[in-house]
Write a protein that binds this ligand. Sequence first.
Ligand code: NAP
Ligand code: MG
Length: 462
Amino acid sequence: MKAHDGMYIDGAWRPAAGRDTIAVVNPADEQVIAEVPAGGAEDVDAAVRAARAALPAWAATAPAERAARIAALRDVLVARKDEIAETVTAELGAPLPFSQAVHAGVPILVAGSYAGLAASYAFEEKVGNSTVYAEPVGVVGAITPWNYPLHQIVAKVAPALAAGCTIVLKPAEDTPLTAQLFAEAVHEAGVPAGVFNLVTGLGPVAGQALAEHEGVDLVSFTGSTAVGRKIGATAGAAVKRVALELGGKSANVILPSADLAKAVGVGVANVMGNSGQTCSAWTRMLVHTSQYDEAVALAAEAAAKYGDRIGPLVNAKQHARVRGYIERGVAEGARLVAGGPEAPREQGYFVSPTVFADVTPEMTVAQEEIFGPVVSLIRYEDEDDALRIANGTVYGLAGAVWAGDEAEAVAFARRMDTGQVDINGGRFNPLAPFGGYKQSGVGRELGSHGLAEYLQTKSLQF
Ligand code: NAP
Ligand code: MG
């Protein structure tokens, strides 16, 4: 795999200040495939200075010019689609067809949506005797996770570019090659030097230095709630803007009037895709008591069919963590009907598609984010009971409702404390705001709501 031995700062690949490196491991066979530099505070500082220096000129460009650069970036991603998919497969482990369709495909859609929004957004409006301007927040520190390595980057960088912000990105240590490929794409797209900068490195070193840097105006973070909480506190102390996309424990609510087989099948696939490493995955399936046994049988069958089409987890730590959760589920009395804690292969960080029945709402597997291919079936007595269970976690990121007609599903969805709900298997919309209620986060990504995160308003009175 191709790897740069430097940081992308001020439009060029520069040597890192220190000599530390990160070994990139292919989780399917545990082999080291590349090494990248592990940056520190000095590298972060150089990147923030470059972003700060580039800010006035980039902030002053016409929105149409920013739209053209984002459209060019989208075109480079299209041209390099296969390379992106191969890189994500190599460092994350996702099966190649999934990498092509989702890991490469979705960022192309999102970049395209921001090329459109940059051109059409009302950066200026009249309110009575005032003119209100939407101006860029400034220098953005973006910290991203490994689960959707390119999507998480594009969901921050594209709207930041559209807004007129400049950026320093610290990607996840597990997936730096995708981030380096993205930096090449930004360069090829003709984005001016210093507007986008990349510092690879470890979270508690480079990530923390970026979050704490006084030259950063907005920290946009996606990852665990534990780290998000710290970053929010740091930003609050410095009176900095912050956006947090954190964990989830989303409910898939199947109402008695729904097409049960379809709801269960789509629900299981939703969790197993990306090996369960999706913050918005519907990891709790809520089924009416009258249909519960049938749903359990359908879910077990769907998981078994998934079998060896599932990729590994990203690293040894997640492998141990997810298997630990499965053991905990068994210990707390949940009933395994598919999969289990045993590693299905000798090599690679694989976990079998796992289904738990007889899960009660307070069990650990029903409360904590597992981030693996594990779905828990919970029984409910009536709609109010279902709502209590659906809303009964600290999270509120996503969810699904299935019913015989849309109006019934919508009525239930409106009572859920969560940021995004798919109705009867609704399709992904790159323009729909994505983000959490409660401890799932602060702020929204995607579409015009995602763009607004990178803007601040100024009003002139006449
Ligand atoms: P994480 O530590 O929160 O990682 C997210 C990003 O934050 C990475 O770039 C990470 O760098 C960085 N980071 C870590 N500590 C930091 C600090 N003190 N200051 C600034 N940045 C820091 O998540 P993880 O350890 O990869 O995964 C653990 C759990 O988080 C998962 O099991 C899952 O439950 C959850 N998670 C959620 C999402 C999501 O999309 N909401 C994504 C990934 C994980 P490093 O890569 O060097 O750690
Ligand atoms: Mg970490």
